[in-house]
Each structure stands twice: as structure tokens, then as C-alpha cells.
Design a protein around this ligand. Structure first.
Ligand SMILES: *Cc1c(COP(=O)(O)O)cnc(C)c1O
Length: 478
């Protein structure tokens, strides 16, 4: 096509004013903010302009019909107005899925959140004295009760807990860490980097696979502020290995008058061994080793809100509280409300296993999972009126996730869907674009949904999503 005719086509693009006068747009203006509607119109017209300029060969076939343009504007408006943070159905089988919001909150805790968000509360008000109080007392007593700690402080997340503790105890001084424990957690949390940000000086000892007590002893000097153990949450070093236990490190710390810290990462309150998951000590067990300060997340195995929990000796926690950084890392009433309500469930372990969703999903019996998988498979077959899908229940494995318990899978059942006439990617994309989005995974060219992480009311939603998928065009577009 000649430059001349591209100019011609460009002139045929209606103006913003033209589109604004159309009745469909006038109607849209009664439902959508004017500013957003205008932005959508400009966006659509600009896209068309670009299309004509970038690909003059196809300029003749670019659709500039007003009805079509209006359609695009309405679609664009819908997208622009949608929430970016959305409810998603997790069919991945990863229980603490960091990309999908980590732990679900117990019903008791979300009810508490509602109440405390819709009413004033005593966040920083001492009801007994009738004067200003501290927000930090709210979860403290129950944390101490459940773990045997002397004192507790809750901050924004575990990264903040580690940063604050290091900054308080070791600014401009040395912290000794085993080379086998210099972990990187997803989202750019690296122990050496956090250490630098806190102002502490990292003193690495030992080798990647083996570190001995004598390695720590050899580098202790008057600059040493802290002995740090980091739980290797998301990897395992196997084979010819050696790490120094918390007990041994505590004995060394006591002898030398140096505090010992453990970054636990997950921080479980119940023993996971009964579910076949090993290597994750409970927080109470860690406190009993005598370490001076422990940090862990609120939204990993604990199954609460995003938070970082610092437990430890009174003087240490008091020092942390006085650190000006605490103000920057402080938690809000919503976190405290959810955390306290979640922790209360742990007063009775049986209750916690039933009511804390993260624990409930970990503890779900295999027979129940199989039954749920058969139920979901039946619902999908019911939606598949023309028998276009192959739907099977098969054994698979779930993961705890959130960087906890790496390489330890929980046996599960998944519903596997494939179709001779439709690519697995098409199935995946269609379910991902459902409202609400359904996130499963592709394995051996099948679409897999692990029912462990699904909630009862979501089964029907998935059935409906398959109905819509099957109503779509038959030929494969992908
Ligand atoms: C997950 C983890 C962190 C970071 O915790 P967040 O709550 O995500 O900030 C730090 N250290 C370890 C060992 C972890 O496993």
C-alpha cells in the first residue's frame, strides 16, 4: 500500500469527539467515570493509528468501523476498572504459594479482622489505665504462652525481623554464619545482602557442605556480636555434610558471652513429622535449645497473616523495640487482629489442625483427597456434553511451598484433563482467564488440578469454567 493511501486511512480514524457522540458511549458514560472512558477511547484510537503506521501493507484490512471501535473501548474500560488484586482458585497443590498470597486465613481470624476494621479498637490505648498504650503488647503474651519465649515483637515480615534484629544486635560489628547457610529466599532476600543493609559485617565460616564448631571458635574476636544460624528452608545439602547444632552453638555463645540467633524461616507451631514431613523443628523446640533470639514468618507454616515474629530474651526484644527502624517496620491493626486470632486457635492443637487452612490442607487424609478428586472429575465429565475431554484422577504430589520443607512431597490425587481437539495450553489459558482465575499446572501434556488446595465451593466454579471453555470455538487457536 502506498504512503498516500495510509494517510487516507489515518484520516478515516474517527476523532475522540466523534466516538463520544455515539449513543453506546453516551450510555457507557452513565456507568463509567468520564476520565477513564476518555482514556480508553484515546488508547483504542492510538492502537489503530500505530497499526496503520507500523504495517502499511495491511492498512486496508484494519477495522475502523465505529461499532468495532466502540466494542474495543468497552472492553478496554472493563479491563481498566477491574481490581488488580483478585480472588484466584489455587489448583496447583502448593499450599503456601508465595505467588498466590501464601497462607489462607482461618475463618475465625477473618471474622475478627472484619470486626476490628469496622470499629475503633485499643491498638495503642491502655484500657486499664485509660491512657496511651503500646501496639506491641497485642500478640506478645500469646506468642510467649505458646512458645515458652520470654518476649516477642511482631514486625512486617520475616525479612524485616531479620533486618531489625541484626541492626539492633550487630550494627558495625561481626556476625558469624556458616557458608552452608547463606540462603537466598525468593524475591531477592539474601542473607549476605540483608546483613549489609543492617550494617552488620558478615563473617563466613566453614565450607558449603561442612561447618564445625571449631570454625566458629577460630574467628571469634572482640568485634563478634552474634552467632547466626539460618534454617536452610528451601534447599538441602546432602551427602558428606556437617552443621553445628543449635545446642552446640548456644554452649559456645554462653562461654564467650555472645548471643545466638536463629532465623527459622517458617516457624511451625506443630510437629510436622506426623505428616511425613521432616527437618522442620517447632518454634518451642528451638526456644528450648536456649537460643537467645528466633525469627520466623507469620504466613508460612503458621498459617497466619504476613508478619515477622521475633522471639527471645527480654533484654534483646526490648532493644529491638527501641531501634528507630521498628517504627518503619511496624505492623498495622489488621495484621495484629489476624495474627492474634490465628494464634488463639493454637491453644488447642486439634482445633488448629482443623481450623487453620494451611494445617488443614497439610493434614488432609489421602482418602478424602481421592474422594474429592473423583467428585471434581465427575463434575467436569458432566460439563463435557460432547465427550471432547479426557478426564482422569491420578496420583500426584503436593508441596508445602513458601520455601518450607523442600524436596518433601505430600502424596495427593489430581484431576488430569486433556483433549484430542484442544491443546493443553489452551485449556490452561482459558481457565486462567476465568473469573475467578483458576491456576493449575501442565505436566506431561495434561492439565492437572490438585484438589488438596481447592475449597468445596470452588468445585462448581471449575465445572462452570469447563462449560465455558467447551462452548468456545472448536478449532485450536493456539
Ligand atoms: C521465608 C524466609 C525468610 C523471609 O521471610 P518473609 O516472611 O518472606 O519476609 C527469611 N529467612 C528464611 C530462612 C526464610 O525461609
Amino acid at each position: 500500500m502506498t504512503g498516500h493511501s495510509v494517510q487516507e486511512r489515518l484520516r478515516q480514524i474517527p476523532s475522540v469527539e466523534n466516538l463520544l457522540q455515539l449513543t453506546t458511549i453516551q450510555e457507557a458514560l452513565t456507568r463509567h467515570p468520564r476520565r477513564l472512558t476518555l482514556a480508553s477511547i484515546r488508547h483504542v484510537l492510538e492502537e489503530k493509528r500505530k497499526l496503520l503506521i507500523e504495517d502499511p501493507e495491511s492498512a486496508q484490512v484494519v477495522n475502523l468501523e465505529p461499532a468495532h471501535l466502540v466494542q474495543l473501548v468497552l472492553e478496554n474500560l472493563k479491563k481498566a476498572e477491574a481490581h488488580t488484586l483478585q480472588y484466584v482458585i489455587n489448583a496447583t497443590g502448593v499450599i503456601v504459594h508465595t505467588n498466590l498470597g501464601r497462607s489462607l486465613i482461618a475463618e475465625e481470624a477473618s471474622a475478627r479482622l472484619q470486626l476490628l476494621c469496622r470499629h475503633y479498637n485499643n491498638l495503642e490505648y491502655d484500657l486499664a489505665e485509660g491512657k496511651r498504650g503500646s501496639r506491641y503488647i497485642h500478640a506478645e503474651s500469646i506468642l510467649c504462652e505458646l512458645t515458652g519465649a520470654e518476649a516477642a515483637l511482631v514486625v512486617n515480615n520475616n525479612a524485616a525481623a531479620v533486618l531489625l534484629t541484626l541492626s539492633t544486635l550487630a550494627k558495625a560489628r561481626e556476625v558469624i554464619v556458616s557458608r552452608g547457610q547463606l540462603v537466598e529466599i525468593g524475591g531477592s532476600f539474601r542473607i549476605p545482602d540483608v546483613m549489609r543493609s543492617s550494617g552488620a559485617i558478615l563473617r563466613e565460616v566453614g565450607c558449603t557442605n561442612r561447618t564445625h564448631l571449631r570454625d566458629y571458635e577460630a574467628v571469634i574476636n572482640e568485634q563478634t556480636a552474634l552467632l547466626l544460624r539460618v534454617h536452610t528452608s528451601n534447599y538441602r545439602i546432602v551427602g558428606f555434610t556437617a552443621e553445628v547444632s543449635a545446642e552446640e552453638l548456644v554452649a559456645l555463645g554462653r562461654k564467650q558471652g555472645i548471643p545466638v540467633m536463629e532465623d527459622l524461616g517458617s516457624g511451625s507451631f506443630v510437629d510436622m513429622a506426623r505428616f511425613g514431613l521432616h527437618g522442620e523443628p517447632t518454634v518451642a523446640e528451638v526456644m528450648q535449645t536456649g537460643v537467645d533470639v528466633v525469627t520466623f514468618s507469620g504466613d508460612k507454616l503458621l498459617g497466619g497473616p504476613q508478619a515477622g515474629i521475633i522471639l527471645g530474651r527480654k533484654e534483646i526484644v526490648a532493644e529491638c523495640r527501641k531501634n528507630p527502624l521498628t517504627r518503619a517496620l511496624r505492623v498495622d491493626k489488621m495484621t495484629l487482629a489476624v495474627l492474634e486470632a490465628t494464634l488463639r486457635l493454637y491453644r488447642d492443637e486439634r482445633q488448629a489442625l482443623e481450623k487453620v487452612p494451611t494445617l488443614r490442607m497439610i493434614a488432609m487424609p489421602l482418602a478424602i483427597i481421592e474422594e474429592r478428586a473423583q467428585h471434581l472429575a465427575a463434575l467436569i465429565r458432566e460439563a463435557d456434553l460432547q465427550n471432547r475431554l479426557q478426564v482422569q484422577v491420578q496420583r500426584s504430589s503436593s508441596q508445602v511451598g513458601g520455601g518450607a520443607l523442600p524436596n518433601q512431597d505430600l502424596p495427593t490425587y489430581a484431576v488430569a484433563v486433556s483433549s484430542p481437539g484442544m491443546s493443553t495450553h489452551r485449556i490452561e489459558a482459558s481457565l486462567r482467564n476465568n473469573k475467578p482465575p483458576i491456576i493449575g499446572r501442565i505436566e506431561s501434556d495434561q492439565y492437572l488440578m490438585d484438589v488438596r488446595t481447592l475449597q468445596a465451593e470452588e468445585f462448581r466454579v471449575i465445572q462452570q469454567a469447563f462449560r465455558s471453555l467447551l462452548k468456545g470455538p472448536t478449532p485450536d487457536e493456539y
